[in-house]
Design a protein around this ligand. Structure first.
Ligand SMILES: NC(=O)c1ccc[n+]([C@@H]2O[C@H](COP(=O)([O-])OP(=O)(O)OC[C@H]3O[C@@H](n4cnc5c(N)ncnc54)[C@H](O)[C@@H]3O)[C@@H](O)[C@H]2O)c1
Length: 451
């Protein structure tokens, strides 16, 4: 489809969409820069820093981290960019509160360990910030998720999960195809996080990736904190990369909603075996008992009748794949074999067809318009779009295209799956964070080529 035609069609759809206005709409001057801050400039935060530094419409006002090494890296990047050095907050785990007390930010990015996200989101909202971009997961317990939803409503603010996979090029082309009805009515969807993280969960305390089997205080970057979640928790610990795109395909919280959920966990072997293989049986970590099952499988049903299957698989040797399957009454796409089948449209009955020509044909207008800007951005360019969406929402004083209800719904899969597994894989009810508004809300995500 031509860009113009897409914009016309999307415009018709958008005409029925009322963006939720933020109450404190402020008149921005066209040349006014968006004042941003970042809490957490570790591996992920540095990516966001890079994207903010590339933009001429952003002024980086302040950054905060507790780690001197990564702060040095951040300062080096800022100096190299030629931009003004932001205020730097560090020294203790609550330095971010001092940063928020300054009340000078239009928006904030949070890229810290999961267990900090809820407090940092709430602190940002309480300080008056109207746009919070949080890295994946907005809390750990179900109560955390409700607290974030209620605070966002109270302060009439925007909390956007920075879920970059929603913007992956093939994922967006398939969204375009779904919206144009090529797969028919949606029936079943699959996705997940299938990524061998053994060398992320363990390292030598110096390298980010591998070279040792340490974690916790002796680890560096994610080995310092993420591995503890595998020791103490059993559930789908990272659902959002899989479920985010799926939620857009079937309009979750916008005419549809998740109804109930059930999770199964396999036994846990991968992390222990990795420690023994790389560090020897006598390494103290060989005695650690990991609760997280190697493969956690979660089924969700939706009020409109679709089923969703998610898998969390991070402890075993395997190539990376998010395992998408998007299946409707007319056919399906699967990303593992990079192929699709559409009855009567693909060349041969009962045979897969290479998806490339289809994905090129239905390339999403966002990618057509912004692909130059995506060059050099993380994860094949898709990281550009999450930051772009956050900044453009601020500039336009509009609601973010993924909102707090999306964030809570996707992220709450973790505590719900833990609860289901604790109850012997019983089915648990899925909370409706929208308070019934899902019936009236309309799709807003990526309807145009703007952001
Ligand atoms: N969307 C993606 O593709 C993607 C990729 C990687 C990580 N992530 C997410 O990004 C987040 C951060 O992960 P990461 O890989 O950057 O981890 P990291 O450990 O490399 O970085 C986290 C940073 O937070 C800092 N920090 C910890 N406590 C703090 C505090 N109290 N105040 C200020 N700073 C504090 C740490 O010093 C560290 O520099 C996580 O939510 C992770 O899941 C997302």
């Amino acid at each position: 489809m031509q860009r113009k035609e897409f914009i016309r069609n999307a415009g018709l759809a958008a005409a029925s969409v009322a963006f939720v206005p933020t109450s404190q709409l402020f008149a921005r001057k066209a040349d006014q820069k968006v004042k941003m801050g970042i809490i957490g400039v570790g591996q992920r935060g540095l990516n966001h820093l890079d994207l903010l530094l590339r933009r001429s419409d952003v002024e980086l006002v302040s950054i905060c981290d507790v780690d001197a090494r990564t702060l040095d890296e951040a300062k080096g990047m800022i100096q190299k960019s030629g931009k003004k050095m932001p205020e730097i907050y560090t020294g203790d785990n609550y330095a971010w509160k001092r940063m928020l007390d300054k009340k000078q930010l239009d928006g904030i990015i949070i890229a810290t360990p999961w267990e900090w996200h809820k407090d940092m989101i709430l602190g940002s909202l309480e300080s008056g910030i109207k746009y919070v971009g949080s890295e994946v997961m907005i809390g750990t317990s179900l109560e955390d998720h409700w607290e974030v939803v209620h605070a966002t409503e109270k302060y009439k603010a925007n909390v956007m999960m920075l879920e970059n996979v929603c913007y992956r090029r093939d994922v967006m082309a398939v969204l375009n195809m779904v919206r144009q009805g090529l797969f028919g009515e949606m029936i079943h969807l699959q996705g997940g996080y299938q990524h061998d993280l053994r060398e992320v969960k363990f390292n030598d305390g110096v390298n980010v990736y591998g070279h040792g089997v340490e974690f916790g205080e002796k680890g560096y970057s994610e080995a310092k904190w993420r591995t503890e979640h595998s020791v103490h928790r059993n559930g789908d610990l990272y659902p959002t990369h899989g479920v985010g795109p799926i939620a857009h395909y079937i309009n979750i919280n916008r005419g549809n909603r998740f109804n109930s959920l059930c999770s199964f966990s396999s036994k846990a072997r991968g992390l222990h075996n990795h420690i023994v293989k790389k560090g020897g049986e006598s390494h103290p970590n060989a005695k650690v008992n990991f609760r997280l099952g190697d493969v956690v499988t979660t089924s969700i049903n939706c009020v409109n009748g679709e089923t969703v299957l998610l898998q969390h698989d991070t402890n075993l040797p395997r190539p990376y794949s998010l395992g998408f399957r998007v299946q409707g009454t007319e056919g399906l796409w699967m990303d593992v074999n990079k192929s699709l089948y559409i009855e009567g449209k693909t060349a041969k009955p009962h045979q897969w067809e290479d998806a490339k020509a289809w994905l090129d044909k239905y390339d999403h207008p966002l990618w057509q318009r912004w692909s130059k800007e995506t060059q050099g951005a993380g994860h094949g360019g898709m990281d550009f779009f999450v930051i772009h969406a956050l900044i453009e929402s601020i500039k336009n004083s509009k609601a973010t295209p993924m909102d707090v209800y999306d964030a809570a719904t996707w992220s709450a899969i973790t505590p719900l799956s833990e609860k289901s597994i604790d109850l012997g894989s019983q089915t648990v009810e899925f909370p409706d964070f929208t308070g019934g508004q899902w019936m009236y809300r309309k799709p807003v995500f990526s309807l145009t080529d703007a952001y």
